[in-house]
Design a protein around this ligand. Structure first.
Ligand code: 16G
Length: 248
């Protein structure tokens, strides 16, 4: 059986869209029907297909445009660089801040160090194919990783440096995910309207029994989804309740 006409057309459109810049106008139903000789109904179904897949977005009264990519990130202890590469995107970073600082009470509490212990603060805009995907603000144990502030984190993966140059082995971690509203200064960096929804992923990771990293990643809700594989495990009710923590 041959694929329905609209599927063929959708495939052709998909190829066009993959070459087009974000925000470029997509052909209208009428144009598409005229150019390809299909009915307007078939053209509409093909366009609908791409809208459903998130490749095109319809803006009321304006038309249909090439959408920003939505990135699906697994809930695992992996690095941004590896996650993006695994999905066929090219990762890059822009540095916002990199410095050693004495830990304040909050950072010290999370990292389990004395207040005043040196901590490396790293803030980056993380990009996929040049599109800003997240702002990541990390606090790292400078006593475990001395000299970290000298690295070029626009071009380096933090996890690569920690594991290969400092011998860190991440054996555990915890990630809390919460919804929020973007801060004004972040809205500009992420190129989203002020007040837009964001997802914040707060991660602590553990190496050799100690918390070594505390990172908050702020993702625009519109460009990002989380996926987790659900395996059959036996958990008691009380454990489940503690995993589904109420936000404070
Ligand atoms: C991920 C981690 C972040 C880590 C970063 C290292 C989440 C929510 N966060 O983005 O904690 O610092 O990877 O990335 O996944 P890099 O090795 O590419 O610098």
């Amino acid at each position: 059986m041959t694929a329905p006409k609209y599927r063929e057309l959708a495939e052709m459109l998909r190829q066009q869209v993959s070459q087009a810049p974000i925000g470029a106008p997509a052909p209208s139903e009428r144009q598409l029907a005229e150019e390809t000789g299909v009915s307007r109904m078939t053209a509409r179904r093909a366009i609908d297909e791409l809208v459903k897949e998130g490749l095109l977005t319809r803006e009321v009264g304006r038309g249909t445009f090439v959408a920003r990519p939505t990135i699906s990130v697994p809930l695992q202890l992996t690095s941004f660089t590896d996650d993006m590469r695994a999905r066929g995107h090219v990762p890059s970073s822009r540095l916002l801040e990199l410095a050693d600082r004495p830990a304040d009470a909050r950072v010290a509490g999370v990292l389990g160090v004395e207040q005043g212990t040196p901590v490396t603060v790293l803030a980056r805009v993380r990009m996929a194919d040049g599109v800003p995907m997240a702002i990541e603000r990390s606090s790292l144990r400078a006593d475990r990783f001395p000299g970290l502030a000298r690295y070029d984190f626009e071009n380096e993966s933090l996890y690569r440096v920690l594991s290969e140059d400092y011998g860190a082995r991440f054996e555990a971690g915890e990630q809390v995910i919460r919804a929020g509203i973007v801060r004004d200064e972040d809205a500009e960096i992420l190129e989203i309207p002020s007040g837009a929804p964001v997802l914040e992923l707060v991660r602590v990771s553990v190496s050799r029994g100690e918390v070594v990293e505390w990172t908050t990643s702020t993702y625009p809700a519109s460009r990002f989804e989380l996926s987790a594989r659900i395996a059959p495990v036996t958990v008691r009710g009380s454990e489940l309740r503690s995993a589904l923590r109420v936000r404070d």
